[in-house]
Design a binder for this molecule. Structure first.
Ligand code: PMT
Length: 220
């Protein structure tokens, strides 16, 4: 099924972290390596899909045959997604997007003052990229991710509903799972149905996710 389904399907993926700059040398970031999103891009391309990969700042080679757009901040990622989403049948939001950016980033390196004991940063909310795509009409089939350390399924179900997603991949974060690791354990959740995968490489998780997306879309 997956081979037939994905042949020539247009798939948009975001992957990696976003970096929110404080000044020319400092940023707020997170531990996403991009491995999960890049694994999905690689496996989908092998199944025949036409893949566009919007990548935050990561140290990974571009999977063969995949079109890659590099961005840095959440706002840049949002702009790239706004440009691309309408040409795609499916959108998978695997990026760990910063929820907040600096209200003002400094053009010059911020210097500490003599005797300064603290620093307060003012942050402003970033756009919610996946929720924005899910609101568009027409919209692609929208798959989100939720990385959590506790109440993984509960929080993921909450995000599925709140962001009006078609599917969410609940991601147990822990030792050797989730951020930076080579292995992962996803639970694939649609309205009313949960499919728990067993721990395996991110490539294997990607294959099972792509299979399941095909199954869900074909059944709808
Ligand atoms: O990159 P790796 O090291 O391989 O790690 C993989 C991963 C853990 C980063 C990835 O699999 C994952 O779980 N990504 C989502 C991380 C997360 O918890 O995101 P969130 O709960 O902040 O957001 C939920 C969903 O909304 C995600 O699909 C996210 O891409 C999206 N989002 C969030 C905020 C925002 N401003 N815009 C978004 O689109």
């Amino acid at each position: 099924l997956a081979n037939v389904f994905w042949k020539d399907k247009k798939l948009l993926i975001t992957a990696g972290p976003t970096f929110e700059d404080l000044d020319p040398v400092r940023f707020l970031g997170n531990r996403s390596s991009g491995k999960m999103g890049f694994a999905i891009a690689e496996q989908a391309q092998k199944l025949g899909a036409q893949v566009t990969l919007i990548a935050g700042p990561v140290n990974l080679p571009t999977p063969q045959g995949v079109e890659r757009i590099d961005v840095r901040s959440a706002r840049q990622m949002f702009a790239a997604v706004q440009q691309c989403y309408a040409q795609n049948a499916i959108f998978i939001s695997a990026a760990a997007v910063a929820d907040f950016a600096l209200a003002q980033s400094s053009e010059q390196k911020i210097k500490k003052q003599a005797g300064q004991e603290g620093l307060t940063l003012e942050l402003v909310k970033n756009p919610d990229i996946v929720a924005w795509v899910a609101e568009q009409k027409p919209k692609p089939f929208v798959v989100g991710f939720a990385a959590e350390t506790q109440n993984v399924i509960g929080y993921a179900q909450d995000k599925l509903q709140r962001k009006k997603l078609d599917m969410i991949c609940a991601n147990q974060v822990g030792e050797n799972l989730g951020f930076e690791s080579d292995e992962n354990r996803l639970t694939l959740i649609t309205a009313g149905v949960e499919k728990a995968l067993t721990t395996s490489s991110k490539s294997q998780q990607a294959v099972e996710l792509l299979d399941y997306i095909a199954e869900v879309i074909e059944a709808s």
